[in-house]
Design a protein around this ligand. Sequence first.
Ligand code: F6P
Length: 549
Amino acid sequence: MANRTDLKSWQNLAKHAETLKSRHIRDLFKEDDSRFEKFSIELPHLLFDFSKNLITDETKAALLALAREVDVEGWRSKMFAAEHINHTEDRAVMHVALRDRSDKPIVIDGEDARPAVAAELERMRKLSEKLRSGGWVGFTGKQITDIVSIGIGGSNLGPLMVTEALSAYSDKRFNMHYVSNVDGVQIADVLEKLNPETTLFVISSKTFTTLETMTNARTAEQWFLKAAGDRSAIAAHFVAVSTNRKLVTEFGIAEENIFDMWDWVGGRFSLWSAIGLPIVLSLGYEQFEALLQGAYEMDQHFQNAPLEQNAPVLMALVGVWNSNFLGYSAQALLPYDQCLHRFPAYMQQAEMESNGKSVNWAGERLNYRSVPLIWGEVGINGQHAFYQMLHQGTDIIPADFIGSVESNIDVPGHHDALMANFFAQTQALMQGSDEQQVRAELTAKGLSEERIAALIPQKVHRGNRPTNTLLLQKVDARTLGALIALYEHKIFVQGIIWEIYSFDQWGVELGKVLATGIQRELAPEAAVGTGHDASTRNLLNFYKKARSK
Ligand code: F6P
C-alpha cells in the first residue's frame, strides 16, 4: 500500500498548498461572490459554513480526490456493514447501530443486534418512568432526588456534556451529579450534600475494571452502607452499565440492575448506549430518543450524501487541509452557547483518543501529522482570555465556532449581544485589519505621527485565520444528536485519510499499568522498586517520606 504522502492526490494538494499559502482569504472573498454558497451546507439541524478557510474550488476538488483515492466511501460502507474495522481489537465499530431508527436488521458478528439494542433502551425507559412515577423508591420508601453518575472518560463525558447542554429540558425533580476523578475531593464534595435514602448511583464502566471508577464506586458503596446498614438495600440505590456482568455482579449490584453494552461500542462513542442512562434519567426517555433521532439523521446524511455535499466529509477534509497542508498544529472548538460548555472537553476525548496515533495500519511511523491538538472553551469567555493569541499569535489556530439562532433560555438583551461577538470574531480572524485601517483609526483619534508609527505594528491584525461556523437553530436534543454525530464521522473520515486505527486507545494503557505498580509501592510497608528512572524513583521516595510525617 502506498504511503499517504506518495498518493497522487496528496502530492497535488501539497503543490496546491504552496500556491495558496501566499493568498489571503479576504481576497478570495473579493474574487468570488458565490463563495458562501459554494462552501457552506445547510442541513435540517445546522448550517455549516467553511468558506472562511484558505480554500478555493481547486482545493475542494483536490481534497475530494484525496477522499476518493483513500476510498472513504468504501470504508464508510465497511463501518456500516459492521466489518471489523477496529482491526487491532478485532471488533466492529457500530455506535451507529444504537441510533438506527429504521426497522432493518443490524447484523453484527452474525447476529441481529436490533432486538438487544431495543431491549436495553426499553429497560432504560422503564427505569426512568419508574423513578418519575414513584414506582422506584429508596430503602426507606422515599423518592429518589439525586442521581450520581460514577464513570470516567467515555463513561462520563458524554452523559455529562449532554445533560449540561440540555439542562433546560431536564426534570427538575432530579439533581444530577458526576464523579470521575479518583481525587477523593470530588466524591466527598458530592456526597456531603446528599441523603443516602434518596440517592441513586449509576456506576458506568464498559470494562468495570477502571481504577478511578472502581475506587469511587467502593467509596459510594461504603458511604451508602454506613446509613443503610444492610446490603439488601443496595438494589434500590445502585445500578450499573457495563459489558462485564461478571464483575458487576461480584461488586454486589443486582443482576436486574445491570444495563448491558457491547464491545462493538467504543467508550468515547458510547453515550448512545446504556452509558446514556444518566441522560434518560435526567431528561426523560423522549429527549433521549430525540438525541438518537438527530444522530441517525446525521448518519443518513453521512451515508448517502455525495462527498461534495457531505458535511462530515468536508469538515474532515478542511481539517486535513489546515493541518497537513497548511501546517497548523491545533484546532480550537469554541461554542458560544453556554449550555455547550463541556462540548470541547467531550470532543477532545473523541478526537484525540481516536486519532492521536503515530503509526499507520501497517505499523509504520507516520511521516505526516495525525490529529492536531484539540482544545477549547466557551467562546465568549475565551475572548477575554486566549483570543489575543488567536488574533495575533505566531501560530495560526483554525477554530470551529458553534452558535445558535435561539437560546435555550431567553433572557432579554443577552442573545444578540452574544451572537454579535460570535459573528464579529470569525470576521475579524479572517479579515484582520491592515496598516491603512489602523493608521486611519489612530489618525481619527488625533495621535501624533510618531505615536502612530510606533503603534501600527502592534495593532495590525494580519487576519487570514481560518474558521468554520456551525450555526444551530437551537441546542435541543435532536440538533445536539446531529452535532455530535457530525464530529464522530469527521473523526472517522480523518482516521481513514491518516491511515490510522481510530477505535483503539493503546496510548492510555501504559500509564494505567505503571500506576497500578506504583500504587502498590506507595503502601507504607512497601519499598520503591529499583526499576524506575532516577527522577521517578526520587519523586516517589520524596512523596512517601513527606506523607509519612
Ligand atoms: O481513557 C481510556 C478509556 O479506556 C476510555 O476509552 C474509556 O472511555 C474510559 O477509559 C473508561 O473506561 P471504562 O468505561 O471501561 O471504565
